[in-house]
Write a protein that binds this ligand. Structure first.
Ligand code: KG4
Ligand code: ZN
Length: 384
């Protein structure tokens, strides 16, 4: 089965074409195309992501990376195809320019050998999600294909199944449920218990900011550009233990699996005010202490869950999973087998949406276009 997957939930526009076969317990994936256009440079100026700006950029980029993906997969075969142009314009009436760009492509090529379209329908920024969804609906109309809606967080969890660099699928026969999953990104911080394939329970989540958001805000306080995660992580490498620089470990000892990162960010703000003029070394020490504080909280809560649920395996996914220090600490301190995505599959991408889309397709999760809409706060526990 060949799946074209679309991801536009935040600030990355991404399209992949994935060939997939096998049951959920023994899938085999092959990447035929994988293209991503990051808006980081555009949002950098504003220090964060603006939903309507993201929407406009997605609309501009989707047809471009669709064409590139079809070419990469050798599915861009010139041939006039009869399509219902009016209907496509109606579907994309809020994005007239995207409609014209898309029509230029689909009316001039042969219908590609694709079986399903998978699209992220939530959680994420509502205007951004809608662009991807309407694009998926227009493609489904042009090529008469079924659509599978995909939960972005489930995509993150399943991102560990594919080693995109080697084009190899993880041997999932070693999966031993329940598996714990820590999802750490710019929008989410969740500890999820994966009880079986496509069966998730959220054990806890952040009560305020996501951890990636805290990385981004702390970076801003220290005068570093967006996204802050890689910047803080780089800075922290040169940091040292410093008597003057101590931060709290919010909610570390609460008897639940929830997190809080807003107070940690505020503590950095006060610390910076108290210190006055910051030396370069102070900044490095703050970055290190911040990373250590976040890591301490994660290690403590994960250990608690490992014990309570008798878990032997942990998936860590989401943009913050790219953090080398956190990765190393989890490996060293938790005593369980850890599955991490390739670095480029840790941040938002469409391959993970293709994987979740494949599982959705083989378990009958396709939906009629009129029933597909943006679900900005769709929880992974009700995804399946
Ligand atoms: O998963 P993702 O690409 O987008 C969301 O769904 O949010 O995650 C983006 C987040 C940003 O907050 C970014 O600062 C953070 O992941 N991030 C990192 C690192 N690389 C990206 N945080 C810490 N260390 C990193 N190396
Ligand atoms: Zn994400």
């Amino acid at each position: 089965m060949k799946i074209l997957s679309i991801e536009t939930s935040c600030d990355e526009t991404a399209i992949s074409i994935l060939e997939a076969q096998g049951e959920m317990v023994s899938p085999v994936f092959k990447v035929l195309a994988n293209n991503l256009n990051s808006q980081i440079e555009i949002h950098k100026e504003f220090g964060g992501v603006y939903p309507n700006l993201a929407r406009r950029e997605h609309a501009k980029n989707l047809p471009i990376i669709l064409e590139k993906s079809l070419k990469d997969a050798e599915m861009f075969l010139n041939d006039a195809e009869k399509i219902n142009e009016e209907k496509i314009r109606t579907i994309l009436e809020r994005e007239p320019e995207m409609a014209e760009d898309l029509l230029k492509i689909v009316s001039n090529i042969k219908k590609p050998e694709i079986d399903y379209i998978a699209v992220t329908t939530g959680p994420g920024l509502e205007p951004a999600l809608w662009v991807g969804i309407t694009f998926a609906k227009a493609l489904a109309e042009a090529w008469n294909l079924p659509i599978v809606p995909v939960n972005h967080m489930e995509g993150h969890i399943l991102s560990v199944l594919l080693d995109a660099k080697e084009n190899k699928t993880l041997d999932v026969s070693k999966f031993n449920f329940p598996i714990l999953s820590l999802l750490i990104s710019g929008g989410h911080t969740q500890l999820v218990l994966m009880k079986d394939w496509m069966n998730y329970e959220i054990l806890g989540e952040t009560v305020d900011d996501a951890v990636g958001e805290a990385f981004d805000k702390v970076a801003r306080i220290l005068g570093l550009p967006y996204p802050g995660g890689p910047e803080i992580s780089h800075l922290a490498e040169g940091g040292k233990e410093n008597e003057k620089i101590k931060l709290p470990r919010p909610m570390m000892n609460t008897n639940d699996y929830n997190f809080s990162f807003s107070g940690l960010k505020t503590a950095v703000l006060y610390l910076v005010k108290d210190l006055g003029d910051l030396s370069e070394q102070d900044k490095k020490d703050i970055a290190r202490e911040f990373e250590t504080a976040a890591g301490d909280v994660f290690v403590k809560k994960i250990k608690k869950a490992i014990e309570e649920f008798g878990v032997g395996q942990l998936i860590v996914a989401g943009g913050v999973a790219a953090n080398q220090t956190l990765r190393a600490r989890f490996e060293k301190e938790l005593g369980v087998e850890i599955f991490l995505p390739n670095k480029d599959l840790a941040t938002d991408n469409s391959l993970m949406i293709g994987i979740a889309g494949y599982f959705g397709a083989i378990s009958g999760k396709e939906k009629a276009p009129e029933d597909i809409r943006a679900l900005s706060s769709w929880s992974v526990s009700s995804a399946c």
